[in-house]
Design a protein around this ligand. Structure first.
Ligand SMILES: Cc1cc2nc3c(=O)[nH]c(=O)nc-3n(C[C@H](O)[C@H](O)[C@H](O)COP(=O)(O)OP(=O)(O)OC[C@H]3O[C@@H](n4cnc5c(N)ncnc54)[C@H](O)[C@@H]3O)c2cc1C
Ligand code: FES
Ligand code: FES
Length: 1323
């Protein structure tokens, strides 16, 4: 185990208890992102030697939940131990990098560790094992496809071939080009983003050996009890079972720590405290499987992963009828948490902690499992039944008792056991409702002998529907029984309207929908059983149309084809432009050597900052009492508004709340202390007295009531809307709600502010998209000129718009603290604080009135938009301008009016987010197109086609554009995705399946790049050539994972005509390139590329005389010669900016430099009974013009699409009516994981011309986001099919996100009807 040494990483909450901060000096590869085991960024491999089997067991864990003391005797391998640039990189690291599986790189070490650990156990894994191994690792950038692909290169039969089994690629052999399905405008298309021939071979025998001294320790016959004493807590590891029982008697209140996945989060997030911990992890007596004729007994120490393996073995050995409980457990074990948690959490810990969402306990109870207990008093057995799960005091363990094992009986012939669950996400998400159900029949009949139903997530504990079950005993298993069962169970399991977690109607619907699924399964089982045994009995089978309701969606390994233009064969081989060049930092990402702000070693005297945020949405601050906090150990100071030397309220943004608070989450004060733990502890002791103020405005509707806005209305208009409404066949009106989104960048906002000795200088290291803004705010807060403030950004671990304006606010907050204390300040927002304070995408309300002809031609549209801007201006006005300017999307509507206003509310201020309003706004356009289609009995695709721009035209704001690439993307998308044929197939499927429905949708896109103001589009660069010929490029753009620096090196390489290896790009800072604009709006590479190009061209021109003199010379010779001739080898480069303008008074202007077009087609399958959906396939056609780097561009498109898909489907922020954000971490805010991405995911870069941009390229950072809405509208299509079949013909609006709850409740049926009418029985 690593020795507890100086923490190098910022000490995180609860860190005394977790491994992360104890990783030895300079091991910064293991990342900290959530601290709750939910993201996998901190994955490391633990290896233990088992003296019984003499085998070494390697497994992945999330270091943030691993108690350091639990690692005694274990070997821990971090990403540094796998490979490093300094020594040798490992094939896992190399392939993840070369397959373009890293963007920002913050998740990459965790990904490496998950794949590496899998390979240690399975050197030739299957693709399914790769997907399974990655289920606990979140990535917000890539969309997972390239990560999975890098893992697949290790599979026995490499499944990575882009040509789907042909084993060839157009780049390999010329004749294969004809095999490539698509050729556009005579542009040859490639499909190979990397060359696997470059991979070093993987030799599993070369891995480091397990330390022999740990084997000796494990086999030592004289082992003794281990005790670790901390300042406040003591950790004891018993030497054997008797010792454990002794300890349990002496410390009955001490928790037993096994996986720590239940205790750890309680300590970290719920302030639980225990003076003593007993950890029998590894105690031989708790690890065994004992199989008998009647069942199996499994040791309590078995991890859930080991339980999974044991059950798989039993299932392979036993006849099917005996293994129904095991099958049910296995199904849930596949999706319960991620691989890391499954390897940490134990059976004993799971059973005893009895979480209300437990996936296993309901099944164990339904399978009549029993718990074997042991104490000094002896052994006893208790049933794992309803009373135990409901925590009845008499059914509890005694405090001195330990769970030794769990006995699970075999199922029997006339006995059926099932596990059912639905979660917001297929894997690694707590169930919204789950159930374990079993029924025993009188032999040979369908008469119920014993029925058991246990539900999770419907109350504070797992609950048993025991009354219902009793009442149904003796009944036949038929429809009437089901109908009565539904009524009874709804009466018995009551979820109060204000229940924690909300979704009351949905959860009640699920209670009976899951029961119905069980009913169907059993009926099918009975039918099959009797048929196979020929007993002469016959139980009717379920209708064929119901069969698909039985199975959950399978988890498939994603695959797909990426197509892009081949490089011109005449292009010089050294010129990298157009090639899929790997991200400049990719290898460093995967080895963990890429430095993020938190990785900067501790600075002498540095202090950590913790925030105290408002708990009220709108209130007067009566008192801030800091006395108790200041008295705590290690606390240096508490900083409030009083300490701001300059402006505390700058441009409407408030650094520290003063006199009043205007949202929950507003920073009221900060505490600076020697460790984060001290700062955090003290922050809890700051007492603030509030007096609530009126009004408290939370929603858009409330803002409209109070006339509360952040800025004036923005409007654009063409034609005569009022007149046009008089001459149309039909008019429809509607409202669409689009909820907000959390950025969930993997690296939370992190700032290191270092006050300098002289002249009030301040240096800030931070991950931002807009250094100039940080400099401006810090200067304002400190009241010093900007030339004293230097901002440095090496890289940010994802940003997505969330690091445009917020780092300025947080930078000012930290700088004020640094200024007051005179010491460096390290300010790392915890995930929960980050989500609370920095807010995200604006929720939107769209109201539309559409006039159209019966043939689908839309004549008039009147649209109103409102967004929830939150409590300060931030960028809300600009976001609204962008929504209004772009809301027509791809459609020409001759009479069109669009108005919008940002609302001022008492929520944290919403901000920029990839797409900048477009992804929300355009849902409204697509929604009314869909509604028109439904009214005209046309398909949405027909209405889109009818109304789409067809020739060079002017937008509503009068900007001229040629939609030819749009038409091409649209056409190709329909054709190449075989849309019509698949639509017919889906209709066929829908006819045959009542409870599952398929839907398809294609969305076209006309998106924009850049800003409507020229000066925002300017950029500068600084290029130095050194005397050895090496080149240092600096520019004003920030590397956020989007590959900007990689592209800039490609540009410099082409312009200077030197290999990329000569060029270095170190960081972005305000001292080399001042006044840089934000890196956002998809224009980072566009504008900085022009500036770098300009600088390189200036240098190249200066070198021309030298080159002419010695044309055969080398670059180094020319540079040396130039120096001797006193030629300046350094220059700035400049791009003045695209000429854009917008006159809002006239509602006209050439607002954008150019447009990006695209289309995507998605197909989904929806489970009407649960609301779950599966994304079967997506095809994206994106107009990339000429891609400077197809790997980077495809990575942006895929990543943005998956982020968009999350936004439109599963990402759901929840607030209380009082404006308190509930979703503050990966446990309750679900971004897509590897299981959500399309099973088949094809992306094609469509070639076009864009002479205005560098190398005729296009900015593609954001465009993919909106294409995720094809999933939303495919879901709409599937739900519409279900509703039509159920006789519901009225047009409906599916708001965004289409969560399982929304889908289920929109698929109206007898179960939703029952829930809506059934009220609680009056007892
Ligand atoms: C990120 C994350 C995701 C999760 N997702 C899911 C999910 O999808 N579905 C689900 O069902 N669960 C999920 N869980 C919960 C997880 O299953 C439980 O936390 C886990 O099973 C507890 O086991 P443990 O060994 O970690 O318990 P510990 O935290 O070590 O201990 C838990 C409790 O059990 C007691 N205990 C442990 N062993 C014994 C014993 N042998 N005898 C007596 N008492 C004992 C301890 O005293 C303690 O009170 C998730 C947890 C995390 C952190
Ligand atoms: S930081 Fe450990 S799982 Fe997220
Ligand atoms: S690359 Fe995965 S989170 Fe950025």
């Amino acid at each position: 185990a690593p020795p507890p040494s100086t923490p190098t990483k910022a000490e995180q909450p609860g860190s005394l208890f977790s491994l992360t901060p104890f990783l030895p000096v300079h091991l910064t590869g293991t990342k900290y992102s959530c601290g709750s085991g939910g993201c996998g960024a901190c994955t490391v491999m633990v290896s233990r030697y088992d003296p019984k089997t003499k085998k070494i067991h390697h497994y992945p864990v999330t270091a943030c939940l691993v108690p350091i003391c639990s690692l005694y005797g274990a070997a821990v391998t971090t990403v540094e131990g796998v490979g490093s640039i300094k020594t040798r990189i490992h094939p896992v690291q190399e392939r993840l990098a070369k397959c373009h599986g890293t963007q920002c790189g913050f998740c990459s070490p965790g990904m490496v560790m998950s794949i590496y650990t899998l390979l240690r156990n399975h050197p030739e894994p299957t693709p399914e094992q790769i997907t399974e191994a990655l289920g606990g690792n979140l990535c917000r950038c890539t969309g997972y496809r390239p990560i999975v692909e890098s893992g697949k290169t290790f599979c026995a039969e490499s499944a990575v071939c882009q040509m789907k089994g042909s084993g060839k690629c157009c780049m390999d052999q010329e004749e294969n080009i004809s095999e490539v399905p698509f050729v556009f405008c005579f542009v040859e298309m490639c499909t190979k983003l990397y060359n696997e021939d470059e991979f070093q071979p993987f030799d599993p025998s070369q891995e480091p050996i397990f330390p022999p001294e740990l084997i000796r320790m494990a086999e030592d016959p004289n082992k003794r009890r281990l005790t670790f004493r901390g300042k406040r807590t003591t950790w004891i590891t018993p030497v054997n079972l008797n010792d454990l029982l002794e300890l349990k008697t002496n410390f009955p209140e001490a928790p037993i720590i096994m996986g720590n996945t239940a205790v750890g989060p309680s300590i970290k997030f719920r302030d639980e405290f225990h003076p003593v911990f007993i950890s029998p992890l590894g105690l031989q007596e708790l690890y065994f499987v004992d199989s008998t004729d009647d069942g199996v007994t499994i040791g309590a120490g078995y991890s859930l992963a080991q339980l999974n393996d044991a059950l798989h073995f039993i299932v392979s050995e036993q006849p099917k009828e005996k293994t129904k409980t095991y099958h049910a457990l296995l199904k849930h074990l596949r999706t319960l948490a991620g691989a890391q948690i499954r390897n940490m959490a134990t059976l004993g810990g799971h059973v005893v902690s009895r979480p209300n969402f437990s996936d296993l306990n309901p099944i164990l109870a339904a399978g009549n499992a029993t718990i074997n207990l042991i104490s000094k008093e002896g052994k006893r057995q208790i049933p794992l039944d309803g009373r135990f799960l409901e925590k009845s005091p008499e059914a509890n363990l005694k405090s001195e008792e330990t769970v030794l094992s769990v006995y699970i009986p075999h199922s029997t012939r006339w006995h059926f056991v099932s596990g059912l669950r639905i979660a917001q996400r297929q894997e690694n998400a707590f169930a919204m409702v789950n159930a374990g159900m079993s029924v025993k029949f009188e032999d040979g009949t369908d008469t119920i002998k014993e029925l058991q139903m246990f539900y999770g997530s419907v109350g504070p504990t797992v609950v048993s529907a025991s009354k219902t079950c009793q009442q149904l005993t003796g009944r036949y298993w038929n429809d009437q029984m089901l109908s009565d069962a539904c009524q009874l169970v709804l009466d018995e399991i009551y979820i109060p309207p204000d229940a924690e977690g909300g979704m009351v109607e949905y959860r009640r619907t699920l209670i009976i929908s899951l029961l119905f699924k069980f009913y169907l399964k059993v009926r099918r089982g009975l039918n099959k059983m009797v048929r196979t045994t020929s007993l002469g009995l016959w139980f009717p089978d379920i209708p064929e149309r119901f069969v698909s309701a039985l199975e959950d969606f399978p988890i498939e390994t994603p695959q797909g084809i990426q197509m892009f233009q081949c490089v011109d064969p005449y292009q010089p081989p050294q010129d990298p432009v157009g090639h899929p060049v790997m991200h400049q930092s990719a290898i460093k990402h995967t080895t963990g050597e890429a430095v993020f702000v938190d990785d900067i070693p501790p600075i002498s005297q540095e202090l950590f900052l913790a925030v105290v945020t408002s708990t009220r949405a709108h209130a007067k601050i009566i008192l801030i009492d800091t006395s108790e906090a200041l008295a705590l150990p290690g606390v240096a100071d508490v900083i409030t508004a009083e300490d701001v030397p300059g402006d505390n309220n700058y441009q409407g943004e408030i650094f520290y709340a003063q006199n009043e608070v205007i949202c929950v989450g507003q920073i009221v004060c900060t505490v600076a202390a020697d460790t984060y733990a001290h700062a955090k502890e003290a922050a809890k002791k700051v007492r603030i007295v509030y007096e609530d103020l009126e009004p408290r405005i939370i929603t858009i509707e409330q803002a409209l009531e109070h006339n509360s806005f952040l800025s004036a209305e923005k409007k654009i208009e063409q034609g005569n809307v009022e007149q046009a409404f008089k001459h149309v066949d039909q008019i429809i009106e509607g409202e669409v709600h689009v909820e907000g989104q959390e950025h969930f960048y993997m690296e939370t906002q992190t700032i290191l502010a270092i006050p300098q000795e002289e002249d009030k200088e301040m240096v800030l290291h931070l991950g931002t998209q807009f250094q100039t803004h940080v400099q401006e705010y810090v200067a304002a807060a400190l009241n010093i000129p900007r030339n004293r403030i230097a901002c440095h950004t090496k890289r940010a671990g994802g940003a997505f718009g969330g690091k445009v304006s917020k780092p300025a606010l947080l930078g000012a907050v930290s700088a004020v603290a640094a200024n007051k204390t005179g010491r460096p300040i390290r300010f790392i927002l915890e995930r929960g604080d980050d989500m609370l304070i920095t807010a995200g995408r604006h929720p939107l309300l769209g109201k539309y009135k559409i006039g159209f002809m019966n043939n689908g031609v839309i004549k008039a549209a009147d649209i109103e938009y409102y967004i929830n801007g939150g409590c300060t201006p931030d960028e809300s006005e600009l976001v609204m301008e962008f929504i209004v300017l772009r809301c027509e999307n791809a459609y020409y509507i001759p009479n069109f009016r669009c108005r919008g206003r940002p609302c001022k509310t008492n929520l944290p201020s919403n901000t920029a987010f990839r797409g900048f309003g477009f992804p929300q706004g355009i849902v409204v356009s697509e929604a009314y197109i869909t509604a028109v289609a439904s009214q005209c009995n046309l398909t949405p695709e027909q209405v889109k086609e009818i109304n789409m721009y067809k020739r060079t035209s002017r937008t509503v704001h009068k900007q001229i554009f040629n939609p030819e690439p749009l038409r091409r993307c649209w056409k190709e998308c329909l054709e190449k995705s075989s849309f019509s044929a698949r639509k017919l197939a889906a209709e066929e499927f829908n006819k045959k399946n009542y409870w599952k429905k398929r839907g398809l949708a294609v969305v076209p896109m006309k998106f924009t790049v850049g800003m409507p103001t020229t000066f925002y589009n300017q950029a500068a660069a600084l290029v130095h050539i050194y005397l050895d010929g090496s080149v240092l490029v600096s520019h004003g753009g920030c590397e956020l994972g989007q590959g900007l620096h990689t592209k800039m090196i490609q540009v410099a390489s082409r312009e200077l005509n030197i290999p990329e290896s000569y060029i270095h790009l170190s960081e972005t800072n305000t001292t080399t390139v001042p006044n840089a604009t934000f890196t956002a709006g998809s224009m980072g590479a566009d504008i900085n590329g022009k500036a770098v190009q300009n600088a390189c061209q200036i240098l190249k021109a200066r070198l021309q005389p030298v080159i002419r003199k010695n044309p055969k010379g080398t670059w180094e010779e020319w540079i040396s010669e130039a120096y001797e001739e006193s030629i300046n080898l350094s220059t700035t480069g400049y791009f003045k900016g695209y000429q854009t303008n917008m006159d809002w008074k006239k509602g006209e202007g050439d607002a954008f430099p150019y447009f990006v077009y695209g289309a995507s087609c998605s197909e989904v399958e929806v489970d009407c009974l649960t609301g779950a959906h599966k994304l079967l396939r997506t095809d994206i056609f994106m107009d990339a013009a000429f891609s400077i780097n197809p790997a980077v561009d495809i990575g942006q498109i895929e990543g943005a699409f998956v982020q968009g898909m999350g936004f439109y489907t599963i990402e759901e922020l929840k607030y209380s009516p009082e404006g308190v954000l509930y979703s503050r971490g990966p446990d309750d805010y679900k971004i897509p994981t590897v299981t959500e991405i399309p099973e088949e995911f094809n992306v094609t870069l469509v070639r076009s011309q864009n002479p205005i941009a560098i190398y005729s390229s296009k900015g593609l950072g954001e465009a993919g986001m909106f294409l995720g809405s094809s999933v939303l509208f495919a879901i709409y299509d599937a739900v519409a099919a279900a509703r039509r079949e159920r006789g519901l013909t009225k047009t409906f609006t599916l708001s965004s996100p289409a969560t399982p709850e929304l889908i289920r409740m929109t698929c109206v049926d007898q179960f939703t009807d029952m829930v809506r009418v059934v009220r609680r029985a009056p007892y």
